[in-house]
Design a protein around this ligand. Structure first.
Ligand code: HEC
Ligand code: HEC
Ligand code: HEC
Length: 288
């Protein structure tokens, strides 16, 4: 292990103090008792992701922090530093937490309901086989991207059917609805999730009340309101005809509006508007 590990705790404290204390309780519910957190002392960082990892590794571990870097940590496991990952696993003392994490990433069970890509897992596996070197993604260089679940409430229902299921995930990826069968849920004309900040983790409940307006290439407009419980919005295929690609989209709240400048060829909004953004998207669909 490198000497950098010794600095890990201190760095995490220092940088953690700068992070928004937006996440305190990993439990569900969107409760309002966040000032009554008995477990953590005043000033202790909550929701701080690892800042002492190489940046590519930090980005992967950032998908765990909405549950494992909150106080108290979900599942009783805290992952807030390289040292936490190097610690002995409580589940299998012959392994480190990092090795257990790799197993849980590979079997697709962590993060729950939102399996990582092969590329993300490869980054983490290479880091372990390189001897888990520390880095300074949070100390100098580019500032770390803070992945925060602003609502502090998570979808824990797996693939259980619900209008609030899997906020943040690419809905239509699952909702293909082949003709003649609906075991994959209703077909969706367009769907996604609205969030209050740009980099929120999968399965984190978003923000309701905004109106998403989609205009297809024939000029037809279809709109849906984001649900208060999850921020999810969608239109089912039984309620509207398919959109003719490419489509334009905007999100409205009162007089405020955010417009997607360039038309796109997919109505699966979260497929691009992911935690870090894919296909050049900046990240999540933001509420204006
Ligand atoms: C939505 C919340 C959530 C997210 C996000 C999440 N976890 Fe978990 N994690 C849990 C819960 C709940 C448990 C306890 C139940 C269990 O083990 O399945 C747990 C347990 C664990 C354990 C301990 C059990 C074991 O098998 O050793 C490890 C390791 C773990 N998670 C790794 C990760 C990693 C790595 C990530 C990110 C890639 C991650 N988790 C993301 C909720 C989450
Ligand atoms: C991992 C796959 C998967 C993802 C991702 C997913 N769904 Fe589902 N969805 C399902 C399945 C499976 C069902 C249930 C089908 C059944 O049992 O009939 C379902 C059912 C539903 C239903 C019908 C339930 C009801 O109460 O009306 C809605 C609406 C729905 N999903 C919306 C969404 C939205 C919106 C998203 C994205 C934010 C989404 N789903 C993401 C797989 C998924
Ligand atoms: C193929 C990828 C892709 C898909 C699918 C997609 N977007 Fe986007 N979106 C982008 C990109 C790239 C940008 C930034 C450039 C731009 O504004 O055109 C963006 C920007 C936006 C913005 C403006 C953000 C800002 O801060 O100004 C909104 C709002 C938006 N998208 C909403 C949506 C909605 C709603 C859907 C689904 C109907 C959707 N997007 C589907 C790629 C995508």
């Amino acid at each position: 292990m490198r000497h950098g590990l010794l600095l890990a705790a201190g760095l995490t404290m220092l940088l953690g103090a700068c992070l928004e204390g937006a996440v305190e309780d990993g439990g569900g519910g969107g409760d309002d008792d966040s000032n009554n957190n008995t477990g953590s002392g005043a000033g202790s960082p909550t929701g701080a992701g690892p800042t002492d990892l190489p940046c590519d590794v930090a980005a992967v571990v950032g998908t765990c922090t909405s549950c494992h870097a909150v106080q108290p940590p979900v599942g009783g496991l805290s992952i807030t530093s390289a040292a936490d990952l190097a610690a002995t696993s409580a589940v299998d003392p012959s392994m480190t937490v990092a090795e257990r994490s790799l197993i849980r990433m590979k079997d697709g069970s962590m993060p729950p309901g939102a399996p990582l890509s092969a590329d993300q897992i490869a980054v983490f596996e290479t880091w372990i086989s390189d001897g888990m070197p520390t880095g300074d993604c949070g100390a100098g260089g580019a500032p770390p991207v803070q992945i925060v679940c602003s609502s502090n409430s998570h979808w824990m229902g797996g693939d259980h059917e619900s209008k609030d299921m899997h906020p943040g995930l690419a809905c239509i990826d699952c909702h293909q609805n082949p003709p003649g069968g609906d075991e994959h849920g209703p077909g969706l004309v367009f769907a996604g999730t609205v969030y209050p900040t740009l980099h929120e983790p999968d399965d984190c409940n978003g923000l309701g009340g905004t109106v998403v307006v989609v205009t297809d290439s024939t000029g037809r407009t279809v709109q849906a309101t984001a649900r208060n419980t999850s921020g999810n919005f969608f239109i089912e295929t039984e309620d509207a005809a398919p959109l003719v690609m490419p489509i334009r989209a905007e999100v409205r709240r009162g007089d405020k509006v955010l417009v997607m400048k360039d038309p796109v060829d997919s109505a699966d909004c979260n497929s691009c508007h992911s935690t870090m953004g894919d296909e050049n998207a900046p990240g999540r669909i933001l509420a204006p």
